[in-house]
Design a protein around this ligand. Structure first.
Ligand code: SME
Length: 151
């Protein structure tokens, strides 16, 4: 399946009444990670309600030690502050970067907005260099819009 084919599948997960929100987010991570070959790790980090930290709610791919990330730290922490998509063609070229796996070569982080507020993000790691383009940005913005409706 490609990105466009995944959209109806994601919509189905979002509207499945028997699943809780975090289960839906887990299913979405699994679906994307299993179907898009360059999406080697997929996770949702969500902001703490009062503290300036991101917390890993769901993930597909290798387990990571980085389940809590302070705002400002790493690519994820920078997006929590900037409210902007961050596409990293080559993670080696980044100073403020948290390595989760030695295999990762590129990364994309897209903020998730609810009522205009940046409340979390989707984070994708790839073992391929320069794996992400503007179509990935548009796709992941769409995914986050869907997830925002259940948060
Ligand atoms: N590389 C991220 C940390 C999260 S892992 O990719 C799962 C960062 O620099 O924020």
């Amino acid at each position: 399946m490609n990105r466009e084919q995944l959209k109806p599948e994601i919509s189905k997960i979002i509207t499945t009444g028997s699943l809780k929100t975090r289960e839906k987010m887990q299913h979405i991570c699994n679906l994307i990670q299993e179907n898009l070959p360059t999406y080697n790790w997929v996770g949702f980090y969500m902001a703490h309600e009062t503290e300036p930290t991101l917390h890993l709610w769901s993930q597909a791919g290798e387990p990571t030690d980085h389940t809590v990330i302070p705002f400002g730290k790493g690519i994820c922490g920078q997006v929590a502050v900037s409210n902007k998509n961050f596409v990293v063609d080559d993670v080696k070229a980044q100073d403020n970067y948290i390595a989760c796996s030695i295999h990762v070569k590129s990364e994309i982080v897209v903020p998730l907005f609810k009522n205009g507020k940046n409340i979390g993000q989707i984070d994708i790691d790839s073992n391929t260099i320069k794996a992400f383009n503007e179509e990935d940005e548009r796709f992941l913005e769409w995914v986050n819009e869907q997830v925002a409706t259940i948060l």
